[in-house]
Design a protein around this ligand. Structure first.
Ligand code: AMP
Length: 352
């Protein structure tokens, strides 16, 4: 199943790529085989209320959104725990995708549950309840077959658990970290340890302010980069994302303008799925690092996957998403963010 998926993408690329009506012909990237992505994070049942609708106990959790998004590009190795009440249908869905479930434990007890309510401006939400369930006291043991994954995503979960996984993956080529308000408030010293050991951090503007106590985002990012990070990505919801590099890189990736947002939950996790999914399809440079152009392109893929998630509750839209859909949105973002690089001011002489 997994080989079929990866081979299919490569075959289509070799056939000449996708031809888009009204767009230029885009070659689908050559898929680098056997590049797997390891993720640890929450698998949850979410109750979410927007100003227009509500869902109860839908499939959620940072690792769920990430795995579903990234599995569009390559194989994902999932490390997580669910309770004995976790619906079987969700596992069946992942079995139909290149998502390896060997590292997904099922324990007696309750699955992680999260309840939130969105404001009319759906960039803002309130967490009403978080129940760790079987995550309280869970320890991750990385299966041997996962340990060679070069790309590691520490999705939102207890920093202690993120550290455990990091320690078992010393050879990872690129390590990316996400977190949330709850962990910044309750686990700050542990979270700081994780930040000091990863390559890239994803945060919203609010989380940067909360963690760094800086009101300026640029000053907050500077403080974070000084902790040893190579990159910081600021997720700006419906406004896109900003990439800052320790090498001085600054890149602003536009968002895809959605007319209707059904539910933004998981957009940040799908962003990470698009980012690392894309990187899993390109070759790193000889020293093992990804080129800055590929990192930027990954941020654009992140924005695209994040935008699709918002079109339905839970992972609804990701279930039917195809690489052809991603290609169309990619081209739209290229078109809307290109402008004349050769503009020069014209000197106007005053008449005498
Ligand atoms: P996002 O919208 O990208 O911030 O991700 C929201 C997802 O993260 C939801 O599906 C929740 O189940 C999950 N989540 C919420 N709070 C936490 C938390 N404290 N730790 C881990 N996962 C969480």
């Amino acid at each position: 199943m997994i080989d079929d998926f990866v081979g299919g993408a490569t075959d289509r690329a070799q056939e000449g790529g996708f031809v888009l009506p009204g767009h230029q012909n885009i070659m689908l990237m050559e898929v680098v085989r056997n590049v797997t992505i390891l993720v640890v994070g929450s698998v949850a049942l979410d109750t979410v209320e927007t100003p227009f609708a509500r869902v109860e106990e839908a499939l959620g959790g940072a690792a769920s959104y990430f795995s579903t998004a990234a599995s569009l590009y390559n194989q994902v190795n999932l490390v997580a725990v669910v309770g004995s009440d976790f619906p079987r249908e969700h596992l069946d869905f992942w079995c139909s995708r290149p998502v390896n479930l060997v590292g997904l434990q099922m324990q007696e007890g309750k699955t992680f549950r999260w309840t939130a309510r969105y404001h009319l401006d759906m960039n803002a939400r309130d967490t009403l309840d978080t129940q760790l369930g079987v995550y309280a006291g869970f320890h991750a043991v990385i299966p041997t077959e996962y340990r060679s994954s070069p790309l590691l995503f520490l999705a939102n979960i207890q920093p202690e658990l993120q550290l455990e996984v990091l320690e078992q993956m010393p050879q990872a080529r690129l390590t990316v970290l996400d977190t949330m308000e709850l962990w910044i408030m309750t686990e700050r010293p542990r979270l700081t340890e994780v930040i000091e050991r990863v390559d890239m951090l994803l945060m919203s503007e609010e989380e940067v302010r909360q963690y760094t106590h800086q009101s300026s985002i640029v000053a907050g990012v500077r403080q974070l980069l000084n902790m040893g990070l190579q990159y910081v990505v600021i997720k700006q919801g419906s406004y896109g994302a900003l990439l800052f590099g320790a090498d001085g890189t600054y890149f602003s990736a536009p968002s895809f303008p959605l007319e209707e947002v059904i539910d933004p939950t998981g957009a940040g996790d799908a962003f990470a799925g698009g980012f690392l999914g894309y990187l899993s399809t390109v070759e790193p440079e000889p020293g093992g690092r990804y080129s800055i152009e590929d990192i930027k392109c990954g941020v654009v893929h992140g924005n695209i996957l994040g935008s699709f998630v918002c079109e339905d509750f839970s992972i609804g839209r990701l279930r039917t998403l195809t690489m052809d859909d991603v290609v169309v949105r990619y081209q739209t973002l290229v078109d809307c963010s290109h402008f004349d690089p050769n503009w020069r001011p014209i000197r106007i002489r005053n008449k005498v």
